[in-house]
Design a protein around this ligand. Sequence first.
Ligand code: ATP
Ligand code: MG
Length: 795
Amino acid sequence: GERYRSPLLDGLNPQQREAVEYRGPALLIIAGAGSGKTSVLTRRIASLLETREAWPSQILAITFTNKAAAEMRDRVRAILGQGADGMWISTFHSSCVRILRREAEKAGLTSTFSIYDSADTKVTLKRIIKSLDADTLGFTPGNVSARISKLKNELADVDSYARNANMSDPQEVMFVEIFRQYTSRLRAASALDFDDLIGETVYLFRAFPAVAALYRRRFRHLLVDEYQDTNHAQYALVRELTRPVSRELAEEMEADGVHVRNLRDATGAIPGASLTVVGDSDQSIYAFRGADTRNISEFERDFPGTKVILLEQNYRSTQNILSAANAVIGHNFDRKEKKLWSAGGDGEKIVGYTAYSGHDEAQFVADEIAVLHQAGMAYRDMAVFYRTNAQTRALEEILVRAAVPYRVVGGTKFYERAEIKDALAYLISVANPVDELALRRILNTPKRGIGPATETQLASFAEANQITFRQAMRNAGALGLGPKVTGAILALSTLLDEAALKLDPASPASPAGPANVSELLTFLLDGSTLLAGLRNSRDPQDEARAENIEELVAQTKDFNRENPDSGLVDFLTQVSLVAAADDLDDASGTVSLMTLHTAKGLEYEAVFLTGVEEGLLPHQMSAGEPGGPAEERRLFYVGITRARQRLYLSLAMTRAQFGDINVAMPSRYLQEIPVDLIDWKQSPGMANSRGGTQPRALNARRDGFGGGFGKRDGTPPGLPPAPKPKTEWANRVTGTVRDNGDLTLAAGDRIRHVDFGDGRVNQVTGDGAKRIAHVQFDTAGAKKLLIKIAPIEKL
Ligand code: ATP
Ligand code: MG
């Protein structure tokens, strides 16, 4: 007879359907971008729930960002038509925090432990390096934190590292000492850094099999998205969670009243949870943070009995975009060949644009956005990507001027602002009184006349007396400090005590029940005068700082409303785990600007991929790294495959960087895209100086894509035809390369620039292709121009 078919399989292709319906211990779904990996994972969860094969509480799904987690939760809800409370859908970090807070005591922590971000880590390391004079050996907070992070991602701790270190090397001895002190300081402060969150959970499970067994019993289905970007520690965590529970342990659990009978197999053991991972090795872009694609390539060996499903149809992009992506990634060797195809038709050609400068490039982006918007595309369906945050300056400037609503995703770093960290440090000091870092941060913020010498005295007093910094503050009277300073320390200490009492349900200080987060924050801000001080300050910057703190207060109110059962520690956890892409929530109605790394997993109708130049993409930092250029190519691939309908690739021939103007070469990756997929346009700013009132893009449109600006050879009017470009390749990318190579300029010469008008050369520096004219323009001010390619003529 007819088998019932759930509507949640509707529209899926046969491979996707199989991926949703397959049941077994391990499932590996490998597929290129946009082939429905994340969609399939979501439907698989819905399928497990709908068929009642799993309770919501038996599912643990891991996403790469909190935002992706929220989306997946919403989609499951939309498919099932109901919520699925008790299901864990979150990032590795969030899941681990939840586990560690529950099991804090066993992990040797307080349940209110602090989470250190990279800035906290660096402050801590700076203190250690200073106290050891280790900077003379070349140690910096930056290089040490990178090294420690790498080790922790490989699950090495200081002891395991020291065992294999060459202790006759003074450098090694010093590094081990810094690592050791860092570890003990975090312990003493009941703090974990980001990498610890994963590692400590693994250690916990390994040290306490009975604890691990509880989670193995609970999570019967583990699903991981973006598996290609997991590191070794995360891999180990997945292993721990999916191991079987032995018969002995299962019996112990039963004796303890934990219901496991229905889970036990014929041997009496509880089989390991079923594991589903999806990933694309071609999109692995976090090797610099320890991501290891061997987790995918060795998956079948690690998890015997794995079923592998390949998805090959792409539902996101046009064939032109896909063909470009396939061609680019095909240049990475040592990869499994995947052929993505799309039924969506060829679509428009990719538009390439060679700008004269970063500003010109930004103008092009703004103009094209206007054209697309006029044609009916919503701003929220467009995104601009770049390799480095420094590139946003020019983009923002032009977008503001063009009145294009935009939002820099992950660029604001709200919680990293000093004043926000100050306010949060007050909350942390109450939540986790042993956190010396937070206490030292607020000790003299706002200014209370407690200088660095006093701070150091308190710290060494605490150390010498084997007490915490907080206890040292309570005992400030014993330090022999002046009465004013002593009074200030004690007043702060009292404020924190009072705040702590407000959280205590049994305290007479909280007759109406314990204070919520916003009440507590308001109390601390009032008592410390932190906010009032900023409001009354004459420094105009302080006004913005005060507004930021008010925004934080507003956020705590939202938090109370949305999470009535959650408290201070939950709020602090949420704040700690915010990632760049989580910023997207309010992005409706605006164009999104973000780095290529942040763009992973997302999709837009139109994508502008800017700065496709040597030095930016591949980034110059990657040059010396083994595998660097291949990883950068994957980043380019990720960028290309975010686009559904329209893709724009742009580069600038000159780019201002650190006050210098650098000449840029087209990215090597552009050569890898078949010529017929891209329509190259050059800079209208260079080639079409006729001006006029039309927006440049409209001008461009009228002329048609694919050249035809100015004279036929693309030379700006009034200038001699450009010499023949050196290579066919250069010609293709840049239209016509301007080359003023033999233009001789000297101080005193008058010149004309297509954008800046007339001016006088003050000085010529550099030589050969790098000669720079320092020009004072009559109206445009002083500029440095690269003589070889600047759109100038001698008058
Ligand atoms: P990435 O590698 O970029 O993370 P992905 O493989 O996770 O991509 P999804 O984001 O799940 O791909 O899907 C890409 C797009 O294709 C989404 O808009 C999704 O809704 C759509 N899609 C996936 N499967 C189908 C299908 N069978 N029919 C129609 N659309 C689909
Ligand atoms: Mg995805």
